[in-house]
Design a protein around this ligand. Structure first.
Ligand SMILES: [Zn+2]
Ligand SMILES: [Zn+2]
Length: 446
């Protein structure tokens, strides 16, 4: 085609950082033989593109229709700019601007590619409990500030090894600028601690934790957004013990089943429930108990539903791996005393949970923001949130009109708050009941 080359500047806002958006732009522009550059700003992502009009039109179509799974575009602005003769397409450094803000991606469950690598004996991250990529893994819980760059996350203290660095720098790699990228050589590590003493490290930490669970003990597990308390869900005695120690009179415990098939042994699961259990958010879903459900009544006294979730981190997959004699369903309830917020800082967890847990399965990646598991119930195929937190917070609700900045403080019980800015209403993660000092502090920090 003999048209005159031209240029456009595209400004994109929405969830466009930390989700593989720039590599996607790079790959799309390169495929369409366009030149220019892309960079993160405090508002989102900026793109300058040069080429023929039909190529630019195709780019805009692909931009909207072939997005990476975790990305979401809320607004696109395009302006024509003078053509520049460039030799290729490049990804430039982030540019922060004062007074701007940007939605941060929620924490997402492990993706199918990472899961496949986790159990691939030939992969260099074989059985590494912190495997992640731009399509999955921790985000909100590790971000200290924006723009979303490794030095501003709790991964800053882990220096990338040459192999991880090469993946991080390669725009065509699934781990290009994946801020939490790590491997066994350079990343976070597991430990199993009993009464202040380390009794297992690395894979041995997980093996010991599994042994404790099999032996009917209660363990505290440091996860993505906080600590869980875990035990064998089929062992009535330990479930009762957990209830007594947690001072949780009759509230239901959340459960984790290794896979969908396992959950189906105990609960009815329809297609809509299957879809949400397996969604990138992996919330707890309330499911009707089967008449012949063999799990103890003590898990959820007087309830005809059980709250189930699937493993959502690589650590969960290693912890729940099926093996003869190992329970197929675990209690995975928030690491707290009844009504307090979930523990997420190591020292605090050791103090608050020491009376409850017989051992601690921990790691050295700090959690910056506590994030509880989300809880969803489907009514007529539609999800209703009982708790909107991990996987969803801090994803804002996009409003039709811009509104003034406002803070809505929420109620005393089951508190969440909401902050509005421009076209966004940011709902906080689940805070809890404010009558409690711990919870009130969490509200103030949030
Ligand atoms: Zn992944
Ligand atoms: Zn590495």
């Amino acid at each position: 085609m003999n048209s005159v080359p031209t240029g456009i500047k595209i400004s994109v806002s929405g969830i466009v950082q930390g989700v593989g958006f720039r590599p996607f732009v790079y790959a799309t522009a390169t495929r369409l033989q366009l030149t220019g550059s892309v960079w993160n700003s405090s508002k989102g992502v900026e793109i300058e593109l040069f080429g023929h009009q039909h190529q630019l039109d195709q780019f805009l179509t692909d931009l909207k229709t072939q997005l990476p799974i975790l990305a979401r575009i809320d607004h696109i602005e395009t302006n024509t700019i003078p053509h520049q003769e460039l030799s290729g397409f490049s990804i430039k450094d982030s540019q922060a601007e004062e007074g701007q803000f940007l939605p941060v991606s929620p924490d997402m469950s492990i993706c199918s590619d990472c899961l496949q690598e986790l159990f691939d004996t030939k992969n260099r991250r074989y059985r590494y409990p912190f495997i992640n990529c731009t399509n999955c893994g921790p985000r909100f819980s590790i971000i200290k500030n924006i723009p979303y760059d490794r030095p501003l996350t709790t991964m800053a203290k882990f220096k990338l090894c040459p192999s991880c660095q090469a993946e991080y720098d390669n725009p065509l790699d699934r781990r290009f600028h994946a801020q939490p990228v790590a491997c066994a050589d350079c990343g976070p590590r597991m430990q199993f601690i009993v009464q202040g003493e380390i009794i297992g490290k690395f894979e041995g930490a997980i093996t010991t934790a599994r042994q404790f669970i099999e032996d009917g003990k209660i363990i505290a597990i440091k996860g993505l957004g906080g600590y869980h308390l875990a035990c064998d869900a089929s062992n009535e005695e330990v479930v009762q013990k957990l209830r007594e120690r947690k001072k949780r009179s009759d509230r239901p415990f959340a459960l984790m089943g290794f896979d969908l098939e396992t959950i189906r042994k105990f609960c009815e699961v329809n297609d809509a429930e299957t879809a949400i259990l397996q969604s990138p958010q992996h919330p707890i879903v309330l499911l009707p108990k089967k008449d012949d459900c063999s799990l103890p009544e003590a898990l959820a006294p007087t309830q005809n539903h059980l709250g189930f979730m699937l493993p959502y981190t690589p650590l969960h997959y290693l912890l729940l791996e099926s093996d003869e004699g190992f329970p197929e369903v675990l209690v995975m309830t928030s690491g707290n005393l009844s009504d307090e917020p979930i523990a997420y800082e190591d020292e605090d967890a050791r103090i608050r949970l020491s009376e409850i847990a017989d051992g601690f399965l921990v790691h050295n990646r700090p959690i910056h923001m506590r994030v509880d598991d989300s809880v969803v119930r489907l009514v007529e195929q539609k999800p209703y949130f009982l708790r909107r937190s991990r996987g969803y917070a801090p994803d804002p609700i996009v409003l039709n009109n811009e509104i003034p900045q406002m803070l809505a403080c929420g109620a005393e019980l089951k508190n969440t708050f909401c902050l509005s800015r421009g076209h966004y209403a940011f709902l906080s993660h689940h805070i809890g009941d404010l009558e409690n000092y711990e919870t009130l502090s969490s509200f103030e920090n949030g």
